[in-house]
Design a binder for this molecule. Structure first.
Ligand code: ADP
Ligand code: MG
Length: 387
């Protein structure tokens, strides 16, 4: 007797629309994973621990540090494209993966511009982009020599490994410079720019060069860490145009693929200088989830997969985002209902263990103008921070 196979045995699992691997499993990977679910993209992440933000949200993962070539190879083998949620994968490891025939987007050249601040300053200056006056420094004499040209204070920066202002030090004299350099490592020093404001040019780019540019965002940093942002930035129209053009030109020069953010300093004199470059979804783009027609996370996937990019335009008049930093009392997430009670606040928590000052989430609000949105986002963030 011939028995028919049960219907379920005949049903084949649908193929995924695409498969992406991501090095890193923090909040950027977590939010990219949410977008991946929308598009039926299978996404696997390289996680430092099983508690990482993207893993908590359900992303398939392998455990390993950012320089784990074997783990990255395994992820890359089962992915169409390998991408990044941070810039801490060593360039040689990325180059190795490319040499093995894997598609790595963004590529090593773009990542190096984001990972090595001294290389970025040199490369962008040589290409004619406006950067602050800077010098590689090995000792206090080097910092003092730069200060002779620029005056004090001077900004001493770690070449790599820093984020959220870690690795960025404003020093007022040789004694403060000595205290910073005593930590060891590779440093550069640059002039302390008189900042009128800081803006971020967020964009997404396909391998062939098609680019979608988001409206400029104005960011506010406290102690080097982004605290809040308003969208759109209210700049003089010519300055806005110049900033956009500068961002696009740098992204082209870097050969960016996927989302990139070009942080720009607007000087008190109204000039533009390059702050730094990030070649992945960026904190300055979180508000695009609620405020724009296509979020940065969707457009990152679309860019790296060489799919048509989505409209980056605003779908509301204005928006604001406030980062939620750990209050240090371990009760940030238990205050969630209080934040949710603020009308109009879109609260995002990353599932990260609390440490004072650590980014645990963000709040976005939209409104008729940036300041109105900012009041709402601030109110909800304050509730979470117990302020
Ligand atoms: N040369 C500078 N002059 C004035 N402020 C600076 C300078 N460089 C950095 N900063 C301030 O420090 C912040 C963090 O610097 P950045 O290089 O972006 O480091 P990170 O990688 O930690 O974000 C900037 O957003 C800006 O507010
Ligand atoms: Mg920065």
């Amino acid at each position: 007797m011939i028995t028919a196979a049960t219907p379920s045995a005949q049903v084949q699992a649908a193929p995924y629309a695409a498969r992406v691997g991501m090095a890193g499993a923090g909040q950027l990977a977590r939010m990219t994973f949410q977008a991946a679910a929308d598009l039926d993209v299978r996404m696997q992440v390289l996680a430092g621990t099983a508690d990482d933000a993207a893993v908590r949200a359900g992303a398939p993962y392998r455990l390993g540090p950012p320089d784990d070539l074997a783990a990255l190879r395994t992820i890359a083998r089962s992915a169409d494209v390998l991408t990044l949620d941070h810039e801490h994968v060593p360039i040689q490891v990325l180059e190795r993966l490319v040499a093995d025939g894997h598609v790595v987007r963004p590529g090593p050249r773009a990542v190096r511009l984001a990972a090595d601040k001294l290389h970025a300053r040199r490369d962008l200056q040589a290409a004619g982009f406006p950067v602050p006056r800077f010098a590689e420094v090995h000792d206090v004499a080097g910092v003092a020599a730069l200060a002779e040209r620029t005056g004090w204070p001077v900004v001493v920066k770690a070449r790599g490994g820093g984020y959220d202002g870690r690795g960025v030090h404003v020093v007022r004299d040789v004694h403060e410079a000595a205290a910073v350099l005593a930590a060891g490592g590779a440093w550069l020093a640059e002039e302390h720019v008189d900042l009128g404001s800081e803006v971020s040019v967020l964009l997404a780019r396909r391998p062939g060069g098609e680019t979608a540019v988001y409206p400029l965002a104005e960011t506010t940093q406290v102690d080097g860490i982004c605290r809040e942002l308003t969208l759109p930035a209210l700049l003089d129209p010519q300055l806005e145009l110049d900033a956009r053009e500068l961002g696009i030109a740098i992204a082209e020069h870097a050969g960016v693929c996927g989302v990139a953010a070009i942080e720009l300093f607007v000087t008190t004199g109204g000039g533009l200088l390059v702050g730094e470059l990030a070649v992945r979804p960026h904190n300055s783009g979180h508000a695009t989830i609620e405020a724009c027609r296509t979020s940065q996370f969707h457009n990152h996937l679309r860019g790296i997969l060489d799919w048509p990019l989505g409209d980056p335009g605003l779908r509301v008049p204005a928006a604001a985002m406030v980062n939620v930093l750990g209050a240090g009392d371990g009760r940030t997430t238990s205050r969630l209902p209080r934040a949710l009670a603020v009308p109009g606040a879109a609260v995002h928590l990353y599932g990260k263990a609390e440490r004072a000052g650590r980014k645990l989430g963000h709040v976005t609000a939209t409104g008729p103008d940036p300041q109105a949105a900012l009041q709402i986002a601030r109110a909800a963030a304050s509730e979470l921070q117990g302020a």
